[in-house]
Design a protein around this ligand. Structure first.
Ligand SMILES: NC(=O)c1ccc[n+]([C@@H]2O[C@H](COP(=O)([O-])OP(=O)(O)OC[C@H]3O[C@@H](n4cnc5c(N)ncnc54)[C@H](O)[C@@H]3O)[C@@H](O)[C@H]2O)c1
Ligand SMILES: [Zn+2]
Length: 420
């Protein structure tokens, strides 16, 4: 493989800074509660408002929305919910006999209190509310606490707020960043503690979720966006360049990577990216993202290209190949897969219905991202009777004796005696 363009090495120091900063924020939330949240809201977002979004504020905000915008949001919620419902059908309770008198099974139980993080530092992401909240509602959560930064005239963007309500959020707070994650994990005077925190966010949000894991569950680490385009000589350089920039513009730390089996196509795409970028607004994160994180790699063969994809385990993997379906069986690591040119990642970012909360930083090796299954527990149970008791107790007594665990042995023996 050969690099036409390589990312600059991310400074180790910058990652450590984020870790320390987040640790301090969470520790302050623990000590100071609401006052700590407000301190950081002022510091990072210049927000001095009450943290809870009141019914009155919600009603006023809704009045500013046109029917068209409401319909747009409702369509997102409906499509995301339908996909989540279809996936939930794949999760079925089970109870079977595993040997005479040994009945075991599992139930699918919803996580009761969900904390949904909905990013909104740079741009109001209209689909993130529905993506994070709707599957929790489909799973059967009782309480869905949602947090999103107060970044739009001192509040949450009305379209984002509408999406949160329509998806089923029960408590909405206009706070963001690590302070929001800390508050939902620990609970404050105003903000309820939850059982799981889900949703995407920037480096501070992702790190905060990592740090509170254990105290609460988390869905996954869904940090700054990533896309990898695997292309060959049949790809359209214009379209590929646009697809790279569509994800680069999310964040200065977003990663857009092109892997091409054709050197000529790679060079053309690189030129197109640079020419498009000239027309992007000066403030777009795409400039820094492409400059620092963007990569263009030439693969010697499709096999090598596929290996690079599997090694990088990227969030969005988009195939622009002569035979994209043909490559699919060999691709094992991706957050979500986009097959052929027309399957724009942007469709899934916004509205197709699969979840856009997807693993970054090679998390695709162990998760496929947020889904309705993230909001349920598969909890097992058993009932042992008749011949099953003798069979299992006999085994357990022998094993406990080898292990030297007297209490275990006694507990098992009593069952044998009871049968005696
Ligand atoms: N992986 C995914 O599934 C996925 C999906 C959608 C979006 N995203 C990512 O979500 C992110 C959204 O980022 P965003 O920044 O716009 O919104 P955000 O809501 O994630 O973060 C904004 C908050 O970060 C905090 N913050 C900002 N600068 C800080 C600093 N210097 N120190 C401490 N805290 C600070 C502030 O409290 C602010 O409210 C992007 O990185 C995007 O790529 C990821
Ligand atoms: Zn995107």
């Amino acid at each position: 493989m050969e690099y036409l363009k390589q990312a600059k090495a991310l400074e180790e120091a910058s990652a450590i800074d984020v870790e320390d900063k987040v640790k301090n924020i969470i520790s302050d939330i623990k000590k100071e509660g609401d006052a700590g949240v407000k301190k950081y809201e002022k510091m990072f977002g210049d927000s001095v408002r009450e943290v809870r979004v009141s019914e009155e504020e919600i009603a006023k905000s809704n009045e500013t929305l046109s029917e068209e915008v409401k319909e747009l949001i409702e369509r997102i919620v409906d499509r995301v919910s339908k996909f989540a419902e279809a996936q939930l059908k794949c999760l079925t309770p089970m109870e079977e006999e595993f040997g005479e008198g040994i009945v075991m099974g599992h139930r699918i139980l919803p996580i009761e209190k969900v904390g949904a993080y909905v990013p909104g530092g740079r741009f109001p992401l209209l689909s993130s509310g529905p993506m994070v909240v709707a599957p929790a509602k489909v799973a059967g959560a009782k309480q869905i606490v949602a947090c999103s930064p107060a970044n739009y005239h001192g509040g949450i963007h009305p379209a984002v707020l509408y999406g949160l309500q329509y998806s089923g959020a029960t408590d909405i707070f206009a706070i963001g960043g690590a302070q929001a994650i800390g508050a939902m994990a620990l609970g404050t005077e105003s903000i309820p503690a939850v059982d799981i925190i889900s949703g995407p966010g920037n480096r501070f949000v992702a790190e905060a979720k990592r740090q509170v894991f254990g105290k609460v569950g988390i869905d996954l680490i869904a940090g700054p966006s990533e896309v990898l385009l695997l292309i060959d000589e049949t790809a359209d350089a214009f379209v590929c360049a646009a697809d790279l920039l569509a994800q680069a513009e999310h964040d200065p730390y977003a990663r857009a990577i092109l892997v091409s089996t054709s050197k000529q196509k790679a060079e053309e795409t690189l030129q197109e990216v640079e020419s498009y970028l000239k027309d992007f607004s000066e403030t777009s994160p795409a400039h820094d993202s492409w400059e620092n994180m963007g990569e263009v790699i030439i693969a010697e063969s499709l096999e090598e290209g596929i290996k690079i994809c599997n090694d990088l385990a990227i969030e969005h993997l988009h195939l622009h190949l002569k035979d994209s379906r043909g490559a699919m069986p060999q691709l094992h690591h991706y957050g979500s897969l986009f097959i052929n040119e027309d399957s724009s990642v942007v469709f899934s970012d916004k509205v197709s219905g699969t979840n856009h909360t997807l693993p970054t930083q090679r998390g695709a090796r162990y998760t496929g991202g947020l889904w309705v299954g993230s909001y349920v527990r598969v909890a097992t149970h058993q009932e042992i009777k008749g011949k099953g008791v003798a069979y299992l107790a006999d085994h357990a007594v022998q094993q406990s004796s080898i292990e030297g665990l007297e209490g275990h042995q006694l507990s098992a023996e009593l069952r044998l005696k009871n049968k005696g």
